[in-house]
Ligand binder design. Structure first.
Ligand code: FMN
Ligand code: COI
Length: 363
């Protein structure tokens, strides 16, 4: 690619050039046929924007408040693992990039820098992400999150076991050391059969964890809990009953169950079930400011960005993370101006048309 990247897709190309194939495959891949992986992006293309003209857009304000924290834009860095496979400074560089843009940083417990290292590296508002781990691991995570100033817990609930990413199996992907587990689990044996990430999962996850166990998690922490991986109205209702502080509509970047819907197609069902009782956040396939605009129009309070941030990190470290977030912010600002929305609250359902409305027009 000639010259500097002008959009986040071009950062993916830069990352592909600098990363070893095994790492690029790990970051970019999805489960099995990767049908949902493609749909997460394709489904955005089927939504059109209904702009309004002659609105005073001389000043655009993208700021918003998420769980009481003011951010410069409705953008959160999604919790993703293994950042040192992308860049030696790992999650510390990512968090600094997020802090520079004044957006919230999601830190995966399966990070390659420790929670403590990330916490002391920058002033970003940080949320810690955990899986349904065995209880002793969760209890340790909660204590450390509270001690280190994390502001919320993201419970990723779509992973009772690991999705099958066939590229990782073929490549015999070796997970980097997940330092937060030190002292909590025995050293994970390297499997010669395929990805050793599975060995980690088997040793740490508790597949019997279910809705009633959220009461236990709530009993051991004062931090608000966001539940990540909700794709249906039924589960959104259960999440509200369980008393979560927010819901993240996500299919884990299409890395868990293939043939789940594109997340943007599942968003409205969840938003309707939630009835504004808690904020609904969204991730999966956001590559443009127009995608953020569409997700907000369909009811999301903010979006999480996964792979583009990793690609920025791989290409240029902290600077790349910052550039990716700034690009998305600039594109959102441009979209808001051209669609006639001065603030994020001005973006409404009537600013987009989905396939459903287009079908109705034809009838
Ligand atoms: C390489 C990679 C690692 C991930 N690791 C985690 C993780 O540790 N915990 C988690 O909840 N989600 C994880 N995710 C999912 C992201 O949080 C997010 O849901 C997804 O990346 C959003 O889709 P996008 O990549 O299209 O933006 C991971 C995603 C990727 C691509
Ligand atoms: C270590 C893995 C379980 C991280 C993850 O969630 C993923 O790779 O999708």
């Amino acid at each position: 690619m000639a010259g500097e990247p002008v959009n986040v897709n071009e950062f993916e190309e830069l990352a592909r050039q600098v990363l070893p194939k095994i790492s690029y495959d790990f970051f970019s891949g999805g489960a099995e046929d990767q049908h949902t992986l493609k749909q997460n992006i394709e489904a955005f293309r089927r939504i059109t924007i209904r702009p309004r003209i002659l609105v005073d857009v001389s000043k655009i304000d993208m700021s918003t408040i998420i769980l009481g924290h003011k951010t410069s834009a409705p953008i959160i860095v999604a919790p993703t693992s293994s950042h040192q496979l992308a860049h030696p400074e790992g999650e510390v560089a990512t968090a600094r990039g997020a802090a520079a843009c004044n957006v919230i940083m999601g830190v995966a417990f399966t990070s390659t820098c420790t929670m403590e290292e990330v916490a002391s590296s920058c002033k970003a508002v940080r949320f810690i992400q955990t899986f349904a781990f065995k209880r002793e691991i969760t209890a340790n995570m909660v204590q450390r999150a509270e001690r280190n100033g994390f502001r919320a817990i993201i419970l990723t609930a779509d992973t009772p076991r690991l999705g099958r990413k066939e590229a990782d199996i073929k490549n015999k992907m070796i997970a980097p050391p997940f330092k937060n587990f030190e002292g909590l689990i025995s050293t994970v044996a390297v499997s010669d059969k395929g990805s050793n990430v599975e060995a980690y999962a088997a040793e740490t996850l508790d597949p019997s964890f279910c809705w009633k166990d959220i009461a236990w998690l709530k009993s051991i922490t004062k931090l608000p809990i966001l539940i990540k991986g909700v794709l249906t109205g039924e589960d959104a209702t259960k999440a509200i009953e369980a008393g979560v502080a927010g819901i993240i509509v996500s299919n884990h970047g299409a890395r868990q169950l293939d043939y789940t819907p594109a997340t943007i197609s599942a968003l409205e069902e969840v938003v309707h079930a939630v009835q504004v009782k808690v904020p609904v956040l969204f991730d999966g396939g956001i590559r443009r400011g127009t995608d953020i605009f569409k997700a907000l129009a369909l009811g999301a309070k903010a979006v999480l960005i996964g792979r583009p941030v990793i690609y920025g990190l791989a290409a240029k470290g902290e600077t790349g993370v910052k550039q990716v977030i700034e690009m998305l912010k600039n594109e959102l600002e441009q979209t808001m101006a051209l669609a006639g929305c001065r603030t994020v609250d001005d973006i409404t359902r009537s600013h987009v048309n989905t396939e459903t409305e287009r079908m109705e027009c034809r009838m």
